[in-house]
Design a protein around this ligand. Structure first.
Ligand code: ADP
Length: 997
């Protein structure tokens, strides 16, 4: 309604409740017309939806439109069938109760389309899973099947439903469509054997003849020509431009297979359709005695073949009637007329019962076997009030049905209005409305009502006719204010009635019925042996439709109108237990023309659909009611007390607001949760004031919005930056965690790229913890932290050292302590020098070092000597030499002869390779001309390598299969070391001679 308030001037009023002249039919019509011409086909009366058939495709049913209406407050958007469907669905989910949508209107007004639109909306909006989609597809596909068998072209509508349909859609508690059930009402069976000019039989006959493939037609004995079949040509319009029977046939075939019809079901079903066509072509002629005899055996043979009935039995069933005479049964031959009647009765019975079977079969495929509680939305697509030039038994039934629905509607609407008033604590003011109970009783009252009188006439022995039925009504119900016949009418009215007519004053207006055919149609007589014949059928569907358990004619079956009355009672019970919603469809013109609004025709429907009545009830008390919160939210800018923020309760806010606006006391009522406004004009004045105020507020807002925009942009940039940083951090963290996990998994493998970091971490964290938890005394030695496996050896050494340290420091001589400390220092020094640089360093860590290799004699003689191997400069032949260190210099000796002296002052540095080759290179300054250059030594096998003065020399180190020292082709000394950790390492050390600088 909020949306309608804003848009009311442009497109009329979107809700008739807001029509000031709500009692004026002309004002109602004006609004409907105005909107229709602007393609606004939907208008509300409260929550009732009025729909005018546009007779053209409007772009208002797209997926986008569905999305727009999903989950939106009913009155926030322009009226639409999706808004109603969505509101029903959401109310069902929130209140856990059942609902129904009653779609009514004349033939061609758009009922079938409306129910399809609702189904399509639910198909899109409901939650979906493979299982649910399956149910959804079946629900959707049941439509073309039912339309093929139950719809036909009439003068008013090319696809007119010739039966009433109530469809339950079952939902689970999450709103998924989980099942369905269909109830059908009063199929117009007479159409099978007779069609008015310009009308057709049910679509399926034409679809089969036009679309069935050659083989199928051959099997069914059919020709591809509708003109060939008497039951298809009486209306003289087998072909209709708006209908494509061929493609519709394909749709129906596909739908049948999806809705679980087996091949054999379809075979039997098409067999029945074809046999009805063959039946229609069976002709009779009078024999010599004037009795009916078959004159075309061919068609009958096809029927016997397709239905699986012996030819003789069928022939006898069509030409004879069985009569019970005391103890025996006698066959009485038919006249030709009787035989035609019996044939048509059989065709109608077969088709009618097959239609019921079809609906049951669809129900089986839609049935939900799970017993958990479901919620239901029912769709009732039922014929609206019908008034033709000549109205017969069918119109009588249909209009009676509409009287019942109107009664239900008034009851439910008044009830819900009254309940709302009570709930809100507002006094209920009685609403003047026309109670159609009096008409319902006129039709259905036991013993006195029209239905009882009709049944009486049908069942009584003797010569009952349509005229005797009329006379009986005149006798029994004369003087009833809603009943009239030619005889009972006054002079003036009599002129408008024929002798065989009776007139009922329905709630929607007068309808004159012609009594002719009432008895026959009500009896729907299928002679007893007709049924017996069908019971012998081998066709599974026919067998099922004519069960042997069915009571035979000794007990009269229920008449058509009584069956219809019972089914309406059932329907009323179903509907009474649910929340009602209404869609009233209106046909704007008879010519099915877009853009054409026939005032007389529409006025007629407005009346017959009871729209004015509905509006009067809806407007009985108050035109508008809204929750306090919503009302205050919209209109709070209109009072300085409530704008911009109201601190109290919403009801107090509304009270304050309407005081400021000057509402008079009789214009409104305050309920418990809602405000009720009596007249639309009060609301419109408020709305107009709001529109003016909105513009002013808009300008003020504009400025602050600009500022807010800039702020928002900066904020967005900052948030973006922070988010990117956070992402980088997370990516880094993921990598670290991955490495950690990988390291953990490979922690027991030899050191490698995957676990090196992890092991380092393990070592570090262990040592840190160890440092903080060292035992303080020797007594606590068992509390030593258990080391990780990779550190066991070294830690054991630490342990010994440390415990020794504690022990000695507590109990022994400080010299011993000094020794331990000295070892630690040595280890630390070695680590600094070689860790990560020398191949065999790790193996040395766990071994205690010797304090010194220098013998005591060195300490005495102050010299140290070690044997070495020297390779000749030319050819690198190895020669044994002695290396002696004294306090001042190192000497290389051959036996007792000094070959080279290196003063420590000229020792520039010492190099080793990173392999386990025991090589040692002493770099010597080259200032002294006497010096021969750098010295390459090997400790246990010490190598000396001389370089010629003025030349550069190179030693290449590499790991290889064997330990070797040799002159390589490039003139370098190649030192190959066996089994290195870095097996492919290759190092080069440049040696300088004494005078090359
Ligand atoms: P009913 O079921 O009331 O007899 P239908 O629903 O079959 O009427 O509508 C008759 C025809 O009117 C449809 O075949 C279609 O051409 C047209 N029609 C109905 N409703 C709409 C709509 N909402 N938009 C466009 N055309 C429609």
């Amino acid at each position: 309604m909020e949306a309608s308030l804003t848009a009311r001037d442009r497109v009329g009023i979107q809700d008739f409740v807001l029509l000031d002249a709500y009692t004026s039919e002309s004002a109602f019509l004006d609004n409907l017309r105005k909107r229709f011409h602007e393609n606004f086909i939907y208008t509300y009366i409260g929550t009732l939806l009025v729909s005018v058939n546009p007779y053209k495709d409007l772009d208002i049913y797209s997926k986008k439109q569905m999305d727009t209406y999903m989950g939106v407050n009913f009155f926030e958007l322009p009226p639409h069938i999706y808004a109603l469907a969505d509101n029903v669905f959401r109310t069902m989910l929130s209140e856990f109760n059942n609902h129904f949508i009653l779609i009514s209107g004349e033939s061609g007004a758009g009922k079938t389309e409306a129910s399809k639109k609702i189904l399509q909306f639910y198909a899109v909006s409901c939650p979906s899973t493979t299982l649910l989609n399956n149910v959804r597809d079946r629900l959707l596909l049941s439509n073309p099947v039912l339309e093929a068998f139950g719809n036909a072209k009439t003068l008013k509508n090319d696809n007119s439903s010739r039966f009433g349909k109530y469809m339950d859609i079952q939902f689970d508690h999450q709103g998924g469509a989980v099942g369905g059930h269909i109830i059908n009402y009063l199929l117009e069976k007479s159409r099978v054997v007779h069609q008015n000019h310009g009308e057709r039989n049910f679509h399926i006959f034409y679809q089969l003849v036009e679309g069935g493939d050659e083989e199928l037609l051959r099997w069914l004995g059919l020709e591809r020509n509708c003109q060939h079949y008497r039951y298809l040509v009486q209306g003289d319009c087998a072909k209709v431009s708006s209908i494509n029977d061929k493609s519709d046939w394909k749709t129906v075939r596909k739908a049948l297979s999806v809705t679980e019809f087996s091949e054999s079901d379809m075979e039997h079903l098409f067999g029945i359709i074809a046999s009805v066509l063959h039946l229609g072509n069976i002709k009779f002629e009078a024999d010599a005695r004037g009795y009916a005899a078959l004159n075309n055996n061919q068609e009958m043979l096809w029927v016997t073949k397709l239905l699986g009935i012996p030819a003789q039995v069928l022939e006898q069933g069509l030409t004879h009637r069985k009569i019970e005479a005391r103890t025996e049964e006698v066959l009485s031959p038919f006249s030709v007329d009787h035989a035609v009647y019996a044939r048509d009765a059989l065709a109608k019975a077969i088709y009618g019962r097959t239609f019921n079977w079809l609906v049951n079969k669809i129900n089986e495929s839609l049935a939900n076997k799970d017993s958990s509680r479901k919620m239901v939305i029912g769709l009732l697509d039922i014929y609206g009030f019908e008034v033709f030039n000549v109205n017969s038994f069918e119109q009588f039934c249909i209009n009676y049905c509409n009287e019942k629905l109107q009664q239900l509607f008034i009851e439910l609407t008044l009830k819900s209005e009254q309940e709302e008033y009570e709930m809100e604590g507002i006094e209920w003011e009685p609403v003047p409305y026309f109670n159609n109970k009096i008409i319902c009783e006129l039709v259905e009252e036991k013993h006195r009502g029209i239905i009882s009188l009709l049944d009486e006439e049908c069942l009584r022995p003797g010569e009952a006719t349509d005229v005797t039925f009329l006379e009986k009504m005149e006798e029994k119900i004369s003087g009833h204010p809603h009943f009239l016949t030619h005889k009972l009418a006054d002079q003036k009215t009599r002129k408008t009635l024929d002798r065989g007519d009776f007139r009922l004053l329905h709630y929607a207006g007068e309808v004159t019925y012609c009594v002719l055919g009432f008895l026959d149609k009500n009896n729907d007589l299928l002679y007893r042996n007709g049924k017996e014949v069908m019971r012998q059928s081998k066709n599974a569907i026919v067998k099922h439709c004519f069960p042997s358990t069915e009571p035979d004619s000794k007990r009269r079956p229920e008449t058509v109108v009584t069956q219809f009355k019972s089914s309406l009672v059932g329907l009323t019970e179903i509907l009474m237990s649910k929340e009602p919603w209404y869609i009233r469809c209106i046909k704007p013109n008879e010519a099915k023309q877009p853009g054409c609004f026939d005032d007389v025709l529409v006025r007629h429907q407005v009346k017959y659909l009871g729209l004015m009545e509905h509006l009067r009830v809806r407007r009985a008390g108050f035109a508008y009611r809204r929750k306090y919160e919503i009302f205050l939210q919209r209109y709070k800018p209109l009072s300085p007390d409530t704008w911009p923020n109201w601190k109290g309760t919403a009801a107090e806010g509304v009270r304050c607001l309407i005081k400021h606006l000057g509402y008079k006391s009789d214009e409104y009522k305050m309920g418990r949760t809602k405000i009720f406004i009596r007249h639309p004009r009060t609301l419109f004045a408020t709305e107009d004031a709001f529109q003016v105020c909105k513009h002013k507020l808009g300008e003020t807002f504009c400025k602050s919005i600009c500022e807010a925009t800039a702020t928002t942009k900066i904020e967005n940039c900052w948030r973006g930056l922070m988010a990117r940083k956070e992402r980088e951090k997370r990516t880094w963290a993921v990598k670290v965690i991955k490495r950690f996990i990988k390291g953990f998994i490979t922690r027991n493998q030899p050191a490698c790229i995957d676990n090196s970091e992890y092991l380092a971490y393990v070592r570090q964290s262990y040592l840190t913890r160890l440092k903080e938890n060292l035992p303080k005394t020797i007594l606590e030695k068992d509390s030593w932290l258990t080391p990780p496996p990779i550190m066991q050896e070294v830690v054991f050494f630490f342990y010994i050292l440390y415990i020794g340290y504690v022990y000695y420091s507590q109990y022994y001589h400080p010299i011993c302590l000094h020794v331990s400390i000295f070892q630690l220092l040595l280890k630390a020094q070695t680590s600094a020098l070689f860790k990560g640089k020398k191949e065999n360093y790790p193996f040395s860590v766990c071994r205690p070092f010797l304090d010194t290799r220098i013998s005591k004699s060195f300490l005495v003689t102050e010299s140290y000597s070690v044997p070495v191997v020297k390779y000749d400069r030319n050819g690198f032949r190895p020669r044994l030499r002695q290396l002696i260190f004294t306090q001042e210099a190192a000497y290389l000796l051959e036996e007792a002869k000094i070959k080279q002296r290196i003063d420590y002052s000229s020792l520039k540095g010492v190099s080793v390779s990173n392999l386990s080759d025991n090589f040692l290179i002493l770099h010597v300054t080259c200032d002294d001309i006497k010096q021969k250059g750098d010295l390459v030594l090997q400790s246990s096998i010490c190598v000396r390598f001389d370089i010629q003065p003025g030349r550069e020399g190179f030693v290449d180190f590499k790991s290889g299969q064997e330990s070797m020292v040799y002159r390589a082709k490039n003139g370098h000394l190649m030192v190959s070391c066996k089994c290195g950790i870095n097996s492919h390492a290759y190092y080069n050390i440049t040696l300088l001679c004494g005078c090359c600088q």
